[in-house]
Each structure stands twice: as structure tokens, then as C-alpha cells.
Design a binder for this molecule. Structure first.
Ligand code: MG
Length: 201
């Protein structure tokens, strides 16, 4: 089926990797290294969870202001838009962070996205809920979406929702673990999305 929309992960995919230092944040929150932060917070008593959530939000806010568009991101988004491909964002981050970070993008605003699904409104990836919500908002079927991200949760969520998936990798360290679903495509830069679109059109 033809791809009619591209659903991007945000941090490390549309933005340059590294702005969010997850190991440092986990250390500060007392989150085990092998546990994702949001899921760790869910295990805590409400008062402690609220206190640590505040710290996480502060870190995310600083990272959002310091973040920069990933290589080729603005051109990629504009070219997709010009081809009539719908754009979406699906992130475990907050809407406030996404709005701040998008201010660093030239020629791109929140208006360019048909769906911006954050943890404020959906179950976080790897749950497929956000992909399904995004597809609905974009007026597409999940199978008409290409989910692009730099982490295994992106591939897992896209796959579970019946979308096509592309893993963006710097080729340095493996992102997926053995029991994970295979991404449909593995790309080293965002422009390669156009090869995928040609491949499956
Ligand atoms: Mg990411």
C-alpha cells in the first residue's frame, strides 16, 4: 500500500541526537539503567512520582531549548509536505517540549503537522496507541503510515499498529534487541525516506 503519511519520532530523529542525556537523567531520578523513565515513574508512590516528574520536565525543558534540527530534517519535512505526504510526530516527550524545540526549525511550525501525539494524550511507545491515534487524526489507515524513529520503541509501536517502520541509525551501536520486530527499513539519514517512498509506491 502507498505511504500517505510519515509519523516521526521527535528526539534524536527530527532533532540532533544527544540533547536529552537519558543516562544522566536516570541517575538523577534513581531510575535503573535498564528501565525506561516513564515506566519507572509509574511504579512509584504518587508524591514521589510527582516530585520526580517535575525534575524530568525541567530536564526536558532545558534539552528542548538546546536542541537543534537533525541533519536534513527541515528539508526532508518541506519536501514531504510539497509532495502531499502528511506529517506527524509521535513522542514520549511532552507537548510543551515539542513546541519549544520546533521553534529552532527554519520554515517549519506545529501547523505543518497533521498530528502531534505526545505522552499527554496517548499511552507511550512501545504501545501502539499513539500510532493509531496519529493515523486517525491524519485521516489515514495505520498501514498507510511510515513510522520513522531512532529507538526500538519506535519500531515496536509502528509494527504493532500495522504501520511500515524505518529505523534511523548512526550505524554505531545496535538499537534493537534479538526478540524485537525487524524494522522494514534501516536508514542512516532522513533523506533516505524518499528512497523508501519510491520503493513502495
Ligand atoms: Mg528518539
Amino acid at each position: 500500500m502507498t505511504i500517505k503519511g510519515v509519523l516521526f519520532d521527535f528526539d534524536g530523529t527530527l532533532t540532533h541526537p544527544g540533547a536529552l542525556d537519558f543516562p544522566a537523567i536516570k541517575l538523577e531520578l534513581g531510575c535503573p539503567v535498564d528501565q525506561p523513565i516513564l515506566e519507572y515513574l509509574e511504579t512509584l508512590a504518587p508524591a514521589k512520582r510527582a516530585r520526580l516528574m517535575k525534575i524530568l520536565e525541567e530536564k526536558e525543558d532545558i534539552a528542548a531549548k538546546a536542541s537543534r534540527p537533525n541533519r536534513g530534517a527541515e528539508k526532508c519535512l518541506n519536501d514531504l509536505k510539497n509532495r502531499g505526504i502528511l506529517l506527524g510526530i509521535l513522542t514520549r516527550n511532552s507537548l510543551s517540549s515539542i513546541k519549544k524545540a520546533l521553534q529552532q526549525f527554519q520554515g517549519i511550525t506545529t501547523q505543518d503537522f497533521s498530528a502531534i501525539i505526545t505522552r499527554d494524550v496517548s499511552q507511550p511507545k512501545p504501545h501502539p496507541d499513539g500510532v493509531i491515534q496519529a493515523a486517525r487524526k491524519m485521516g489515514l489507515k495505520s498501514s498507510e503510515l511510515l513510522v520513522v524513529g531512532d529507538f526500538r520503541f519506535d519500531v515496536m509501536a509502528g509494527n504493532a499498529a500495522g504501520a511500515r517502520t524505518a529505523l534511523l541509525t548512526d550505524g554505531e551501536r545496535p538499537v534493537m534487541v534479538s526478540e524485537d520486530p525487524e524494522p522494514d527499513f534501516t536508514i542512516s539519514h532522513l533523506e533516505a525516506i524518499f528512497d523508501i517512498l519510491e520503493d513502495i509506491s
